[in-house]
Each structure stands twice: as structure tokens, then as C-alpha cells.
Design a protein around this ligand. Structure first.
Ligand SMILES: Cc1cc2nc3c(=O)[nH]c(=O)nc-3n(C[C@H](O)[C@H](O)[C@H](O)COP(=O)(O)OP(=O)(O)OC[C@H]3O[C@@H](n4cnc5c(N)ncnc54)[C@H](O)[C@@H]3O)c2cc1C
Length: 314
């Protein structure tokens, strides 16, 4: 059985969905060890063990920055003779993969949606228009996995006591930077946009009022996204931007409201499983990729949808 490493950037008492997906995928393929990107406690270690970790690698000194995390990951890959390393497909995961790839002279594959038993990786390319199968020709393959790609087992895993932690020393990693303080972001109560199963996104068509988008998102339990026109207008924070210069999401359901469907917007959402578009212009390009298109005013359509969802939920 090959040794597989999973990089867990921020371990917590309840692993995030994308962390659980990486652990589920890794457990299918081999013997799993987790590389801890930040110091943590017994509760988080026990939760990760329940999801399949057989051991942990931690840094002698505090990590949480890309340079030391990449050094720790490379040291762990050498120590475990790993055949595969899974990382999140976000900015930090990709950067750690790239830096560790250079240290290990190993192949880096991003945007993965699956890995088979021969460690052949399926990944989406060209804004989700194609799926290709690729294999690293050198080194442990460093693979960043897109959220919502791996089906989780039904129910919670049985509780487990924390697997052992091995502390690795890897010397100076410079440039000299350290975390001077940490402030946790105030939780919005909505799912994280990167890994949400449902996303409702608004564009210039909301005309400054994200109320209907927020209301539908809350009825569905969805995250909120936006086009660049909406974030540039200051109607919503830039962290909500989806597209070529924003986030890439692939939820099971993406509801696009008042967004024309420019190529740069499609680049961030085209691989969503089911796309619903609401636009008052029947010729809007977004309808070309929509599974369900609704021609209408979002200020009318979205509240109706939210009310019907709430009625059905009881
Ligand atoms: C290098 C580069 C990078 C870019 N990166 C991104 C990116 O990451 N993400 C991104 O989104 N864009 C990006 N853009 C911008 C992109 O080209 C578009 O300009 C942008 O996506 C348009 O946003 P929009 O669809 O909200 O606005 P518009 O194109 O103005 O479309 C608004 C739509 O709302 C509809 N509408 C209006 N009122 C209503 C209503 N009441 N009800 C229903 N529908 C209504 C209209 O019919 C129209 O189709 C980038 C551009 C460049 C050049």
C-alpha cells in the first residue's frame, strides 16, 4: 500500500468538508498520514484520526506560513517515502505544493477532481470544459484537490483516539518571517464559498441590492458569490468574487442572478454540477451554459424561489 500524505493547513475540532474529502480520497488509496500546517490540540488530532489519519507530522517550530509549511511537507514526504501528497486547491495549498515540488523535484498537479489506484489524476482544464487524466513522472505527486470532488461516506466515522505525532526538524527555511498574531474572521454563519455545496451569485443586475441573493442563499443554506462588476461596485466584499481573477468554485448547484456570463466569470463556475441562470435578457451568454434558464427580473424570481424552498422545508 502506498504512503499518502494529506496537508491540513488549519486543523480544527471539526475538519472542514474539503479536509474530509482529501482524507476520504487518501484512505481509498493507501496508508494516510497528515502533515499539520499549524499547531493543534488532541481534539483536532482525534477528529483527523477518525477520518483516516494513521499518524501526523508536525514542525518543531510553529509553521502556518508557506515557506516553513513547504519545508515540513518536503521533509515529511522524504521521511514517509510518500507516493502521493494531497493538498487543498486554494492559494496557500497551491503555493505550498509548488514550493515543495521544487524541493522534491516532483510533479505538481492542480485542479484535481479524482485520483485512481494507479495514482493517475483526473483534473479539469479550460474553465471546466474538459477533464484530462495526468500522471506525475517524477517524485511523489503533489496534487491539489478541488472542493466538492469526493463523495463522503454517509454518517460520521467512529470516534478514535489521536494517532501519534512525529515532530520533524528541517532547519532554516528563510526568508525570515513569523506569525506575529492571529485574528479569527467573524463567522458569517454561511458556508465557506470555496467548498459550499450550493452557491447563489449576484452580478450587476442586482443593482446594488444583494438582499434577494442573500435571502435565497439563506433559504438554501448556500454561500454567496458575485461577479467582478458587483465587487468592483463595492456592493459586496472582493472575497466573494468568482471568476478568472476571483475564486473558482464547483458546487453541486450554482444559481447565477443578474450576471451576463462573460468568459472571465464562466472560468470560475463552469464546472458546477447544475447551473441555474436568472437574467432578464433572453440572449445573455450565461444561458449557453445553464442547465436551467429563467428569463425574468431577479427581484421577482429570487424571492419566489426562496419562499417555495422555505415552504417545502416546512
Ligand atoms: C482580465 C479580466 C479579468 C476578469 N475577471 C473577472 C472575474 O474574475 N469575475 C467576473 O465576474 N468578471 C471578471 N471580469 C469582468 C468580466 O469581463 C465582466 O465584465 C463581468 O463578469 C460582468 O459582470 P456582470 O455579469 O455582473 O455584469 P454585466 O455584464 O453588466 O451583466 C449584467 C447582467 O444582468 C442582467 N440584469 C440586469 N438587471 C437584471 C434584473 N433586474 N434581473 C435579472 N437580470 C438582470 C443583464 O441582462 C446582464 O446580462 C474580468 C475581466 C477582465 C478583462
Amino acid at each position: 500500500m502506498p504512503n499518502i500524505l494529506v496537508y491540513i493547513q488549519a486543523p480544527a475540532a471539526v475538519p472542514t468538508k474539503s479536509q474530509r474529502e482529501m482524507l476520504t480520497l487518501a484512505s481509498r488509496l493507501g496508508e494516510v498520514r497528515v502533515v499539520l500546517g499549524a499547531p493543534t490540540d488532541e481534539t483536532a488530532l482525534a477528529a483527523l484520526t477518525a477520518w483516516g489519519a494513521n499518524g501526523f507530522y508536525a514542525a518543531g517550530a510553529s509553521c502556518a506560513l508557506v515557506a516553513p509549511d513547504a519545508a515540513l511537507l518536503a521533509a515529511a514526504a522524504k521521511d514517509s517515502d510518500a507516493a502521493l501528497v494531497l493538498l487543498p486547491n486554494d492559494i496557500q495549498g497551491r503555493e505550498v505544493a509548488a514550493r515543495a515540488g521544487i524541493k522534491l523535484d516532483a510533479g505538481v498537479i492542480t485542479d484535481a477532481i479524482d485520483v485512481d489506484a494507479d495514482l493517475v489524476v483526473s483534473k479539469t482544464v479550460l474553465a471546466g470544459s474538459y477533464t484530462v487524466r495526468v500522471k506525475a513522472t517524477r517524485g511523489p505527486a503533489l496534487v491539489t484537490v478541488k472542493p466538492n470532488s469526493v463523495e463522503l461516506p454517509a454518517g460520521e466515522p467512529a470516534a478514535a483516539s489521536a494517532a501519534p505525532v512525529q515532530v520533524l526538524e528541517f532547519g532554516e527555511v528563510g526568508p525570515a518571517a513569523t506569525v506575529a498574531g492571529t485574528v479569527q474572521r467573524t463567522a458569517s454563519g454561511r458556508p465557506d464559498l470555496n467548498e459550499a455545496r450550493f452557491v447563489v451569485a449576484g452580478g450587476r443586475g442586482v443593482d446594488g441590492d444583494f438582499g434577494p441573493v442573500e435571502d435565497l442563499a439563506d433559504a438554501l443554506g448556500a454561500a454567496i458569490g458575485a461577479s467582478r462588476a458587483a465587487t468592483d461596485a463595492g456592493w459586496i466584499d472582493h472575497s466573494a468574487q468568482i471568476g478568472q481573477t476571483g475564486k473558482t468554485v464547483s458546487p453541486q448547484l450554482y444559481i447565477s442572478a443578474g450576471i451576463s456570463g462573460a468568459i472571465q466569470q464562466k472560468a470560475g463556475m463552469q464546472s458546477s454540477t447544475y447551473i441555474v441562470a436568472v437574467n432578464k435578457d433572453p440572449d445573455a451568454p450565461v444561458f449557453e451554459i445553464a442547465d436551467l434558464g429563467i428569463v425574468g427580473d431577479l427581484a421577482t424570481v429570487l424571492p419566489q424561489a426562496a419562499a417555495e424552498i422555505r415552504r417545502r422545508k416546512g
